[in-house]
Design a protein around this ligand. Sequence first.
Ligand SMILES: N[C@@H](CCC(=O)N[C@@H](CS)C(=O)NCC(=O)O)C(=O)O
Length: 345
Amino acid sequence: MFSDPVQLIGATASPYTQKMLALLRYRRIPYTVAWAEPGDVCKNLGIEPPKPALLPTFIAENESGFSAVCDSTPIIRALEEQQSSRSVLPSDPALAFIDYLIEDFADEWCTKYMFHYRWHFAADADKAGTILPLLRDTTISEEDLAAFKQYFTERQVGRLFVVGSNDVTASVIDASYRRFLKAMDEHLSQQAFMLGQRPAAGDFGIHGQLSQLVGFDPTPRAITHEVSSRTVAWVDRMYDLSGIEASDADWVPIEEQPHSLGELLSEVGRVYAPAQLANAKAVANGEREWQCEIDGATWAQRTFPYQAKCLRWTNELYQSLSRDDAARVDRLLEGTGVESMLSGD
Ligand SMILES: N[C@@H](CCC(=O)N[C@@H](CS)C(=O)NCC(=O)O)C(=O)O
């Protein structure tokens, strides 16, 4: 149970924080956000910070008191239990599954665009290194700023290889981002949101990452303007959808979705599916790192148990569909490459 108003701790330059703030505004759920360190806020409240303490961290409350929780995907579901109006989960289970896929792709793959562009090129790393410490506190001295800048930049640049960003994969990431934007542009020329005339969880996932790619980092900002003006405008609108009135008829049935949805899903199948399969295999074999071919290049990165969990959740949801609904999903996914991520048992 979240408090009223919902309390969260985040950062403006954190894509998952922006995902959740946009969602709370759309859902008209009152909130307060602290631009702070989760550890500091938890200490003040006398509670344990989550492990790991990620941004955003939400404060939950039950009979035994306060606790701190992370992870936007389950938090979105918990918020639905607390308030059912203005849901971001499509009522048709087949469409809800497609939404889940989109949200997962945004959170786990589009975040590679975000992290890569933020730290790979000197101009972006210089901006992020300077602004991120100031987002925590504008009153720090020039000396402290210089020290924080060096610390942050070295730490984050050092993490690039962890998520698979290196000189070999840079062009794969760039090509994927451009294809994704082209597909977004085409899709947004057909309808206002990914699955119709109202936003779903996946829209907020994509928005969170794009809030940074369009609104913060100079290289991807220029690319986005170059490839898709519609995406630039969509990101701006997504920040505050509190004025949209949504009805069930605003979800477009899976059979009537424009062809462009298939193009978006093809990007999921092309780059994310092979990564997810290789990662899950590495987790099963207890390997710390994995390699596979993505879009013609060798992709190497550290193994993430969390992403294997994501693949399991996706499959559990797929397996929970009725035969009819699974067949409707299969028809949309046919030929996208996403099928390889799904097992029927
Ligand atoms: N799966 C989590 C991911 C959250 C996440 O990775 N947040 C980033 C910032 S946007 C973070 O806190 N990273 C740890 C760090 O920077 O030390 C969610 O959906 O909330």
